[in-house]
Design a protein around this ligand. Structure first.
Ligand code: NAP
Ligand code: ZN
Ligand code: ZN
Length: 348
């Protein structure tokens, strides 16, 4: 069996470097994808550097995958060789638990099988992600790319797009609502675009004054600097929903007074323990703090189709895979507008 070229980290302190992995043989329900582009999510960095203590090395990150079908299992009817398809943050789930039945595979009670670093029967014992030439995925977890979207710019929709779309939909965001998106990075810039496209008044809440002009171009109606106490105070009680994308522990309580009565702050930055919860703003306003994990397969397809209809893609900087370690350093400094995407033709 031939080996698949990829980039892998061999330990939490090792840089990503060229490596070869074995993918499973294409089974009857499988789709083999020749990867054209893979977005670079902050989660890739967290996992590569074992920020969450559950990395299994070698780690091959990448879960914003767009490519073309290169082989199909005998039972796959709805896809064709050469078709542009995509894979997001997970590649299987139990399919029978209440979450899976509700099309919330991301909340599978047996544990969703993540695109990388999840236990698998496949060679290697843990899933390997999209910083690779190809991937083999069960047909039920392969998304169809709408026609007309640029493949590279659409790749980040597979994580940054769905991670912001799903909570916006869940909390009923649309015309008449006011949304604050906290943190203008990969997730945040998609949050602004999608909230705007859903018809909500959208305010970018950033710690970087130099991003204000971009935020307006991306579709924000206004920009609020989180570092300006007076401006934050002037905005009290005005937001129906806050989407918090900050990737480091932080005092989310500082944002709670911005919410209206019954408003929700939804944390999507996967940061583990963070500030102690102050019940004051919750009680005095029946406000909620919530979390959200990507989105189910059906909802991801809905999001892709929505983006196809509204011509929504990410703002990207395309890099060759040899630049990935430098890209991580830049991402840590918020020095990317607003998502790196790896051109996989640079990998051989
Ligand atoms: N829940 C999920 O399903 C899910 C899915 C994907 C990713 N994630 C997680 O979401 C987080 C964001 O990912 P991303 O790819 O969007 O990251 P990113 O591109 O690095 O963007 C994060 C943004 O947060 C702001 N920020 C960074 N450090 C900050 C600090 N110390 N204090 C305040 N703001 C800060 C910056 O925006 P400003 O300069 O505008 O302040 C930065 O651009 C990561 O933790 C990632 O693991 C979760
Ligand atoms: Zn991600
Ligand atoms: Zn399940």
């Amino acid at each position: 069996m031939s080996l698949t070229p990829c980039y892998a980290a061999q330990s939490a302190t090792a840089p990503l470097a060229p490596y070869r992995i074995q993918r499973r043989a294409v089974g009857p329900k499988d789709v083999q994808i020749a990867i054209d582009y893979c977005g670079v999510c902050h989660t890739d960095l967290h996992q590569t550097r074992n920020d969450w203590g559950r990395a299994n090395y070698p780690v091959v990150p990448g879960h914003e995958i767009v490519g073309k079908v290169s082989a199909l299992g005998a039972e796959v009817q709805h896809l064709a060789i050469g078709q542009t398809v995509a894979v997001g943050c997970f590649v299987d789930s139990c399919r029978t638990c209440p979450s899976c039945q509700a099309h919330w595979e991301q909340y599978c009670l047996q544990g969703v099988k993540a695109t990388y670093n999840s236990p698998t029967q496949d060679p290697g014992g843990y899933t390997y992600g999209g910083y690779a030439k190809s991937i083999v995925v069960d047909q039920d977890f392969v998304l169809v790319m709408p026609k007309g979207l640029d493949s590279a710019a659409a790749a980040p929709l597979l994580c940054a797009g769905i991670t912001t779309y799903s909570p916006l939909k869940h909390w009923g965001i649309g015309p008449g609502k006011t949304v604050g998106v906290i943190g203008l990075g990969g997730l945040g810039h998609m949050g602004v675009k999608l909230s705007h496209a859903l018809g909500a008044k959208t305010i970018m809440i950033t710690s970087s004054p130099n991003k204000a002009a971009d935020a307006l171009k991306l579709g924000a109606d206004e920009v609020l600097l989180s570092t300006e106490a007076a401006a934050m105070q002037a905005r009290a009680n005005q937001f129906d929903f806050l989407l918090d994308t900050i990737p480091v522990p932080h005092d989310f309580n500082a944002y709670m007074p911005l919410l209206k009565v019954d408003g929700t702050l939804c944390i999507v930055g996967a940061i583990g323990p963070t500030a102690t919860l102050n019940s004051g703003p919750l009680i005095f306003g029946r406000r909620s703090v919530a979390g959200s994990l990507v989105g189910g397969i059906q909802e991801t397809q809905e999001m892709l189709d929505f983006c196809g209809q509204h011509n929504i893609t990410s703002e990207i900087e395309i890099i060759p895979i040899s630049e990935i370690n430098h890209a991580y350093e830049r991402m840590l400094k918020s020095d990317v507008k607003y998502r790196f995407v790896i051109d996989m033709s640079s990998l051989s």
